[in-house]
Design a protein around this ligand. Structure first.
Ligand code: G1P
Length: 291
């Protein structure tokens, strides 16, 4: 069955990014020349997804506006003969159909995904977390969809992390199935130090079978008192199987201040217009020549 829909939870308060995220959603913070949420939506579009479901909360309307058509702005840009910019803005508003669902209580990622059950319906879907930007030749989501075509079961994207960082992630334990792919046996959300020997950390890309919804419904609050997606995923893995896929590419935690700076550098030096000058500037800074 073709995977058509992608869920992007954006309801979080962004407390890790205060004060920057006080009055604007953290998803609207810019990496080079576009907000981080645009990279996420573009990854979904480049992977063949046809509809985006945003899980929002109060104060997140800037995200919906960013992907909407702005008649007034378009008219002004055309009058001023700024055709290229008008074209780029129209490209953004024509990217894909976006619908929003409100997460009515901040009960965690699992609850945010559960809030989309009626809009997703009975079909497999992708989840992309807005904090995780992935730089790769082939979009991370597309890599996972190719595997999904083969295994027809839920998939979580993983990366190896240093053992002293496992407590920051959902951790997967399992047996190798083939290159870069593992059959999931166990999952633990943010394990306490010493409770796992696995370094396979879940990053914010999932393909889920709709069976996850009833499992989410019966999931009790877990780590941090929140309804954890990872806890429901373990039940799904036990019920019908799940794979962990070590994607090709580099992931940036753009919800973290240092991760965000790293993303700006990585995306900046690859920017078609600014990349060469920016690369040179960074070399100069590193050599102590420029500030
Ligand atoms: C969430 C998930 C966690 C995953 C992480 C990836 O945690 O709960 O399993 O490893 O995203 O970014 P959060 O970072 O929202 O605390």
């Amino acid at each position: 069955m073709k995977v058509r829909k992608a869920v992007i939870p954006v309801a979080g308060l962004g407390t890790r990014f205060l004060p920057a995220s006080k009055a604007i959603p953290k998803e609207m913070l810019t990496v080079v020349d576009r907000p981080t949420i645009q990279y996420i939506v573009e990854e979904a579009v480049a992977s063949g997804i046809e509809e985006i479901i945003l899980v929002t909360s109060e104060g997140k309307s800037a995200i919906e506006n960013h992907f909407d058509y702005d008649f007034e702005l378009d008219t002004v840009l055309q009058m001023k003969k700024k055709d290229k910019m008008a074209e780029e803005l129209n490209h953004i508003s024509n990217l894909i159909d976006i619908v929003s669902v409100r997460q009515k209580k901040p009960l965690g990622l699992g609850h945010a995904i559960w809030s989309t059950r009626n809009v997703v319906g009975n079909e497999p879907f992708v989840v992309l977390l807005g904090d995780d930007l992935v730089l790769s030749k082939e979009p991370c989501c597309l890599q996972m969809l190719s595997l999904f075509d083969e295994v027809h079961e839920s998939i979580v994207a993983i990366q190896r992390v240093p053992m002293d960082q496992t407590g920051q992630y959902g951790i997967v334990e399992g047996q190798q199935y083939k290159e870069r792919t593992y059959k999931v046996e166990k999952m633990i959300e943010k394990p306490a130090h010493g409770t796992t020997s696995s370094d396979m950390a879940i990053i914010g890309r999932y393909i889920l079978q709709p069976d996850i919804f009833p499992l989410l419904e019966e999931t009790e609050p877990g780590h941090g008192g929140e309804i954890q997606l990872t806890d429901a995923l373990l039940k799904l893995a036990e019920k019908r199987g799940m794979y962990a896929y070590e994607f090709e590419g580099v992931r940036f935690d753009a919800g973290d201040k240092l991760g965000y700076l790293k993303a700006i550098i990585a995306f900046g030096i690859r920017h078609p217009e600014l990349g060469d000058d920016f690369r040179k500037y960074i070399k100069d800074v590193a050599a102590g020549l420029e500030l």
